[in-house]
Design a protein around this ligand. Sequence first.
Ligand SMILES: [Zn+2]
Length: 306
Amino acid sequence: MGDLLTSLTLARADVDRAAERRSDPAWLDATWADPATRVLVLHRGKARVVGEEPRLLLAEPSQVEHDGVRVLLAVHEGTAYVALLVDGAVEPFDEDARWEGLREVGSLLSGFESSLMVAAVALANWHAGHPRCPRCGVPTEPSDGGWARRCPDDGSQHFPRSDPAVIVLVIDDEGRALLGRRAEWSEGWYSTLAGFVEAGESAEMAVRREMLEEAGVRVDRLDYLGSQPWPFPASLMLGYHARLAPDSPIARPDGEEITALRWFTREEMAAGCQDGSVRIPPPVSIARRLIERWYGAELPGSWSRP
Ligand SMILES: [Zn+2]
């Protein structure tokens, strides 16, 4: 097995999430009233950032009056970092700031700030999509510092979920990589193949099934290379290199999700990216890192699709 990928863009920094404080309402209330607390306002998936090298614009609690779900994100060097997840209209409090999404700024923020934003986006998606109790249907209330929801009728508690998905670069015995184009993509955009782990399935089973379904190929040896959250809306991407089995059928796109497949040598991919006929995924994605691991080097930002 290869060394795991390190410093994946959306999983660069371990942050102290101070989970022990989530069940301490008095501490949470005091923290929300403390002017030293820093608030990340997340509005429909976007945060305010400032600067050419983007930084999150964090507010004092008194500067944010909006209604929204409050989340304890972290305690770092004595400072509490919280998120306010807002769906309604928001007033700008700094005209130099701009609203940016995680896909746009995730790779540009510091590891710490990126981790804060990933958690805020993941929780915002979950809260928005799970307003009611799955047992009895009544509206639930956020609890535990924003990391759960509780049903007022039956007392049941519900927690955020992550949906595991496998993402795979298939490599043949000549060292070529199999990349595919999704139906909704522009001409020339290529990436690794991916799919969700289904109920009752292991990650390895999902890799073998998805490669057969999407590309018609059989793979044998799998190298697990790492994972990163992908909260669009709730995925956890498990990254693999997979070896094309000697008896595999020829690669053939399924024609629905994947409309083109191509085996690339390193030279072919580089030539295509340089003349603009091929585009690969952006650095924020684990797909990019799986491709770079195969290629053997970090690749230029200009080779990314938009
Ligand atoms: Zn209920």
